[in-house]
Design a protein around this ligand. Sequence first.
Ligand SMILES: *Cc1c(COP(=O)(O)O)cnc(C)c1O
Length: 382
Amino acid sequence: MSDSTFARFLLPHITAMEPYTPIVPFEVLSHQLGRPPEQIVKLDANENPYGPAPAVREALARYPFVHIYPDPEQRELRAALADYTGVPAEHILAGSGADELIDLICRLTLAPGDAIIDCPPTFGMYGFDAGLTGARVLQVWRRPDFSVDAEEIGKWANGQISKAANDASRLPFPASRPPKLLFLTSPNNPDGSLLDPADLKWLLTLPLLVILDEAYIEFAGLEHSAARWVPEYENLIVLRTFSKWAGIAGLRLGYGIFPAWLMPTLWKAKQPYNVNVAATVAGLVSLAHRQEIRPTVEALIAERERLYRELAAVPFLRPYPSRANFVLCRVEGRDARELKAALAARGILVRHYAKPGLENCIRISAGRPEQTDALLAALKQV
Ligand SMILES: *Cc1c(COP(=O)(O)O)cnc(C)c1O
């Protein structure tokens, strides 16, 4: 297709981009591995194996208004989220997953010539969505323990972007303005470490809009959330999702808590019906029944701790402590890619990394106890 005469209509910074590698769908995996889906131990995408609260399935089955468009102002959902987060609904906007909101924030603030600060190793969507706008992604690497290098971020936030940094980029546009956005993740994906609140406080004094992604905060404890800081700061956004704790990743529901000045522009720019009715019903019922979901979150936290202890006892694995629903491991003395393949051949899926800072690593999601048992048994065989 790229040799079509119309291919010249494409924006050059988009054609130059590396594609994002999403997960392989469950049905396709099942076919590839020659195993029915119920025999696959899926520990590669941090999904909640317990699925949604039973009341969510019932409410979805009963919901009568599938033929009607959803409320563009998300009134009921935002009121429930205000109750859950302790932040007024005027600061809250829901999205089709937190991913949609990352994209929206990038599109509202970035153009060719702009830049963001990303702190790898971390979630890939920040750099990807910023790249789509033509912005330059400045990388301030985390330390070996995955903590954020706040001092280095401070240098980049206040300085102009050097010619050397621009030359190192494959982008057709040099970044000509100081960075606008800083993306932070707490707990961080893929290691599960929490951001130090003192670092966050200091980073908020910089001339940057800070986007704090709390996709896994329910597994760390809501007392570690900075959601309630948002009304006090003009430059803090907190993103959350129902994909992990509430077990509805397939329905796509996330939300952001935004400073007041940004809300009118978000309302103007978002797709009117961005959150569908199934996601809305599932979100409302999940919040109403959160006391029933709590035990599955507790079970996953307990399983994460057990997973860490058991993995630490495997001679070729070095796990990192985590506050999320997964454990990152350095593989020592053997090849992580081969280990991943050997586990997959036994129907056990884990995430493999070969990126800078994550050399020879695998990430394993906390699952049901019997899934951990199957993983540990397979690790003994391979
Ligand atoms: C899974 C994940 C998300 C995606 O959330 P959705 O609501 O499913 O789009 C966002 N941020 C991080 C760090 C994640 O790991």
